[in-house]
Design a protein around this ligand. Structure first.
Ligand code: PMP
Length: 430
C-alpha cells in the first residue's frame, strides 16, 4: 500500500478549521472512505500528493485542466498578466478578448456576463429567466447538478447525491415548490408539466450531457422535444454547459446536439483552472440584465484579469484535432476498461462523450438518476481505493465523471488499463 501519512496528518489539521476538513464536500472522499489525498503539486496529466506519491489524474480539477496541469503557455500568460495587477474592479480588454473566444466557439451566446463560478452563472441565468418571463417555476432534472444556489438543491446530483442530501435544509419551501424536478430523458414528464402549468414555467435548465450522476448523455430527441416545448409555452431553454462547455467537444454540447438554447452557462474550462464562469445567450434576454435592464447581477472580482488570461490561453491553444485525439484516448481507455471488467465477470456500463468518460458497476443500462443509483456504490468504494494504490486518481464518487486532457500520453492510458486489470484481480480475490 502507498504511504499516505502526511495526507492523514494534514486531514486531521484541516478538520480543525473546515467542516469535514474540506472546502467542497466530494473532496472529503465520503462515499469511498479513507483519507483524501492532500495535493502538493501537479504537472501535465500527473498529480502528486504531499507524501510524494504520483497519480495519473482523470479528475483534472473536476474538468477545467483540459491542457493538463501547469501548462507552460497558460502559466506564462497568467504570470505576465499578474505583473500588471491582479484585479481592478473596472473593465479591462482581456474580458472582451475572452468573450470573443466564447462567441466564436458557442455562437448561441450573443452577449454574456463573466462571473466567478458555475453556481453564480446558473443562479443568474435562472434569475434572468424569471425576471424576463415574470414567472417563478422552472424545470430541472433529477440527478443534474447546477451549483449550490437554493433553487437547484432539489433532487440534485454530484455531492448532494453522494452524501444523500437530496433536499438540503436551509432552502425556503417556496423555492422548493417553484422547482419542478423531473426524470432525465423523460420527455413526457416535461410535456405534462407544461400542460399543468402553461403560464408559470420560466425555464427548463439541463445538463445536456449529465455529468453529475455519473456520465449520462441526453437522448437527442429529448433535447429537441424540450426545445420545441419551451418555444411553444414561452419559457427559456437554458443549457448548463458548466461542465460540457469547451469540454465534451470543440463545439460544446449544443454543437454536438445541434440545439440553439436561449441561455447558456459555462464554467470550468472557460477559466483555464482559475475562477471564471459565464452566463450568456440571446441579446434580447441578456439586455434585461442591469445596467441595461432591471435584473440585478454583479461581482467584485468578475472578469478577473488572471482568470481571463488563463481562459484565453486555454481556448486559443485548443484545436479540433486536440478534441479528436482526446476522444480517441477516451475510446481506447473505455474499451480497455470494458474488456477488463468482462474478463473478470463484473457487470459494467461504460459511457463516453468526447473527452468525458465514466462507468457504472451496474447490470443494466443507466439512463437517469434512478438507474444510476442502482449501481454498486459499495464495490465502487473498494475499487476507488485500490485504483489509488495502483497510481490512478479517479473521481471519488459514482455520481461524478472523469475527464481526459491533451497531456495524457499513450503510456498513461496503458498504465490506467493495467491498473483497472490489477484492481479487478485484487478485488476478485477478496
Ligand atoms: N453546473 C454544472 C453542470 C456543474 O457540473 C457544476 C460544478 N460541477 C456547476 C454548475 C457549479 O459550478 P461551480 O462548482 O463552479 O460553482
Amino acid at each position: 500500500m502507498r504511504q499516505t501519512t502526511k495526507s492523514e496528518t494534514a486531514f486531521i489539521k484541516s478538520k480543525e478549521v473546515f467542516p469535514g476538513g474540506v472546502n467542497s464536500p466530494v473532496r472529503a472522499f465520503g462515499s469511498v472512505g479513507g483519507t483524501p489525498l492532500f495535493i502538493d503539486h501537479a504537472k501535465g496529466a500527473h498529480i502528486y500528493d504531499v507524501d510524494g506519491n504520483e497519480y495519473v489524474d482523470y479528475v483534472l480539477s473536476w474538468g477545467p485542466m483540459i491542457l493538463g496541469h501547469a501548462q507552460e503557455q497558460v502559466l506564462k500568460k497568467v504570470m505576465e498578466t499578474a505583473q500588471k495587477g491582479t484585479s481592478f474592479g473596472a473593465p479591462s480588454p482581456l474580458e472582451t478578448e475572452l468573450a470573443t473566444w466564447v462567441k466564436k466557439r458557442v455562437p448561441s451566446i450573443e452577449t454574456m456576463r463573466m462571473v466567478n463560478s458555475g453556481t453564480e452563472a446558473t443562479m443568474s441565468a435562472i434569475r434572468l429567466a424569471r425576471g424576463y418571463t415574470k414567472r417563478e417555476k422552472f424545470i430541472k432534472f433529477n440527478g443534474c447538478y447546477h451549483g449550490h444556489s437554493d433553487s437547484f438543491l432539489v433532487n440534485a446530483g454530484s455531492g448532494v447525491a453522494t452524501f444523500e442530501l437530496e433536499d438540503s435544509p436551509g432552502v425556503p419551501k417556496e423555492l422548493i415548490k417553484a422547482t419542478l424536478s423531473l426524470d432525465y430523458n423523460d420527455l413526457e414528464a416535461v410535456e405534462e408539466a407544461f400542460k399543468r402549468y402553461p403560464e408559470e414555467i420560466a425555464a427548463v435548465i439541463i445538463e445536456p450531457i449529465a455529468g453529475n450522476m455519473g456520465l449520462i448523455p441526453a437522448e437527442p430527441e429529448f433535447l429537441k422535444g424540450i426545445s420545441r416545448l419551451t418555444k411553444e409555452y414561452g419559457a427559456l431553454f437554458i443549457f448548463d454547459e458548466v461542465m460540457t462547455g469547451f469540454r465534451c467537444d470543440y463545439d460544446s454540447a449544443q454543437g454536438l446536439y445541434d440545439i440553439d438554447p436561449d441561455l447558456t452557462t459555462l464554467g470550468k474550462v472557460v477559466g483555464g483552472g482559475l475562477p471564471a464562469a459565464v452566463f450568456g445567450g440571446k441579446k434580447k434576454y441578456m439586455d434585461h440584465i442591469a445596467p441595461v435592464g432591471a435584473v440585478y447581477q454583479a461581482g467584485t472580482l468578475s472578469g478577473n484579469p488572471l482568470a481571463m488570461a488563463a481562459g484565453i490561453a486555454t481556448l486559443e491553444q485548443l484545436t479540433k484535432k486536440d478534441y479528436e485525439e482526446m476522444n480517441q484516448k477516451v475510446m481506447r481507455l473505455t474499451s480497455g476498461i470494458k474488456e477488463s471488467a468482462e474478463k473478470h465477470g463484473l457487470p459494467i456500463q461504460v459511457s463516453a462523450r468526447g473527452t468525458m468518460w465514466g462507468f457504472f458497476f451496474n447490470e443494466s443500462p443507466v439512463v437517469d438518476f434512478k438507474t444510476s443509483k442502482n449501481s454498486d456504490q459499495h464495490f465502487f468504494g473498494h475499487f476507488h481505493k485500490e485504483m489509488l494504490n495502483q497510481g490512478v486518481y479517479l473521481s471519488p464518487s459514482q455520481f461524478e465523471t472523469n475527464f481526459m486532457s491533451t497531456a495524457h500520453s499513450d503510456e498513461d492510458i496503458e498504465k490506467t488499463i493495467q491498473a483497472f486489470n490489477t484492481t479487478f484481480d485484487v478485488l476478485a480475490k477478496k
